[in-house]
Design a protein around this ligand. Sequence first.
Ligand SMILES: Nc1nc2c(ncn2[C@@H]2O[C@H](COP(=O)(O)OP(=O)(O)O)[C@@H](O)[C@H]2O)c(=O)[nH]1
Ligand SMILES: [Mg+2]
Length: 397
Amino acid sequence: MKSLKSLRLHIGIFGKTNSGKSSLLNAVTAQNVSIVSEQKGTTTDVVEKSMELFPIGPVNFLDTAGLDDETKLGKKRIEKTLSVINRCDVAIIVVDFNGFGQIEKSLIEKFKEFSIPYFVVINKADENKISEEKLNEIKEYTENILETSALYDKYLIEKFNTCLLKILPEDFVNSPKILADLVEPKDVVILVTPIDKEAPKGRLILPQVQTLRECLDEFCITVVVKESELKDAIEALKVKPKLVITDSQAFKTVDELVPKDIPLTSFSILFARLKGDLRAFIDGINAIKDLKENDKVLILESCTHHSIEDDIARVKIPKLLQNKLGFNLNFEYFTGHNFPEIDEYKLIIHCGACMTNRREILSRILIANKKGIAITNYGLVISYCVGILDRAIEVFK
Ligand SMILES: Nc1nc2c(ncn2[C@@H]2O[C@H](COP(=O)(O)OP(=O)(O)O)[C@@H](O)[C@H]2O)c(=O)[nH]1
Ligand SMILES: [Mg+2]
């Protein structure tokens, strides 16, 4: 599968030698990618590590040798380290409780020159706390500061991702791709759009139109049918469709009509992925089996809106979920952009977020994760309750 974002986010890690850059990378990736040592200048070359950073997406870390006045092999290393600045989309400066010096300040000058967003990690908090004075000096440059211990902070990954999320370039967070990574030019894609009494008069709903538009942009041969013509459409085709996308409502029928060797998913799953993080939401679904009678479930809506979504949140989802589980749950609702107290909930179900950007959803996922509370969204809950989730997510594996 192609990477969803054409660009894999490049994250440069900078700072003095021994500040803990490599330890930080190892902690964030939960692997021993980079050699850690008390010996200054252990990371002589740039160490690269590609990974999926949850829930942000594909990234490439660039762990640098560190900038120091005193290192013997200084000049070459410094050149190499500085050349990383040309390759990174975002940057991280690692310092310890000794705070900022001239090296960090001149790094920031470089970041500014190249418009690279950055945040500062104050490491080794287990050893010593940074003084108020030194902290304030850093705050003159950025408020995005993470005080941590690469060795002992068990929430390091969530905290790190929260800081990173704040500085992610807009086009990385809000990648407009709905399915571009799943198809190639000339692939046949079938869109199944039921026209029932809920369908708007004289047009298709926005997710369907957006998906169609992207199929055209990706040079796909796109067939749009109602479920009643789907069988004939498949038979009329000379080639096997690459993908079938249906409205969740028609999934059961469509599932039976589409041969098992043709990938099938739904518009709502595609949009759950676009507007959130599919893996996080699937984890949320997996937590449903642990729910108990009368557990509190929070339904989060980004905006106050029209009756259709209202109906989904207040009637459809509670009914489906309680039927599936065979007992009642306590549903509560929250609408708005600030995040409510969530500690008492066992599950959070987020709306489709049509009026929200992905950054907001990702930061909510991070908060929920840090508190160990499962989070998922409307589209996935509905797919799960009607028994279609497994097939609908197969294509993303
Ligand atoms: N106490 C403590 N030591 C750390 C921490 N992070 C790194 N170190 C130690 O600092 C030294 C340098 O770490 P390293 O990651 O190699 O630094 P780098 O040169 O910036 O890559 C090693 O001995 C690490 O074990 C931390 O959070 N707390
Ligand atoms: Mg290192």
